[in-house]
Design a protein around this ligand. Sequence first.
Ligand SMILES: C[S@@+](CC[C@H](N)C(=O)[O-])C[C@H]1O[C@@H](n2cnc3c(N)ncnc32)[C@H](O)[C@@H]1O
Length: 348
Amino acid sequence: MDVSMLSLLAKTTSMMEYLGFLWVVQTGLELNLWAEMETARSLKELMIIHPEWDEILLDHWLEQAHYMELLTKKNDFFQATKLAKAINKYRSLGLEALYKELVEHWAIGFAELPRLITKQRAKLTLEKDMEEELIAKASIASEPFVWPYLRSKCQKEQWKSVLDLGCGEGRYLKILGSEFSDLCGVGIEMNPAVAERAQEKVKEHDGRIRILCQDIFSLVYQQKDSLLELGNFDLCLLNNSIYYFTQEQRIQLLGSIREFLKPGGQVGILTAVRKGSPVRVFRTHLPQNLMSFFLACHQGFEGLPTTEEIRSLLLQTGYDDVDMAVMPLGTSHYFFARKTDECQETSR
Ligand SMILES: C[S@@+](CC[C@H](N)C(=O)[O-])C[C@H]1O[C@@H](n2cnc3c(N)ncnc32)[C@H](O)[C@@H]1O
């Protein structure tokens, strides 16, 4: 057989394996089977618990999960492996939202690619559940890597007031508030359903952390005074939200944020980045570039920035001392930069 045909077949079968993993994990999450399978159970027992379910399909699910080393099998009894237990343990840390996003949105969105590229159809719009749930929840998946870095940075820089633009569920403000008892924060989130969950999360901080349900742009441009009344900030975070803005909006926003920062104040941009050329050994750029591709299929989104774009954006909009840290696994990048000294600027 032609070698290229052979390699194509090999790629195709491994792709099917990955897709199978995605579907099996997502189904287990949705039907809460990972929790149920922490106890060893046979198909018969499962059917007694769920008499209305399709026995043939459940049998196939158990078999696939077993092949994928997510379930062990002893006689007729299946039980969750360590990997499956981790799925259940970390489901609320972004994992469940991420799998749902991949299965229910990415597949359908990418199926439209030929018509999108040839402009035979309008760009996609984000579905309601993506806007209200999945995007904000899935971004929590990077928190275990990001938080230790942000915490040590906060300790070193002694930030006392933080503005979080596009704060989502308010997780970072919540943990910053818990770790640093003298830290105050304001989170801005435009989606009412997400802002409400954020509000709920930070209420234990007795008013030290506030959430405003507002569009960043209306606040920064039309209601600037009400934001200035909240005081100036040591740090302004744009965590996993920069990709919501066009290049022009990014320039305007970063320029305007300077006004709300104290002298020497900093801006922190957490984002996955699009990589220029493929890295052959650890192919960590693949999912990021695919995410960028998926975002760009939607109205108002231009995809993820590259590291060079963020660097030059910061320098261009009045920041210096740019520092970039690559988070473990190489997906998220954290950029910090300091507001340029006004005197330094006028003397240029
Ligand atoms: C991917 S989530 C990230 C949430 C959080 N910062 C994190 O890292 O976990 C981005 C959030 O930004 C919000 N957002 C996007 N554009 C916004 C705007 N113009 N004003 C306010 N919030 C915005 C979205 O609704 C979404 O909840």
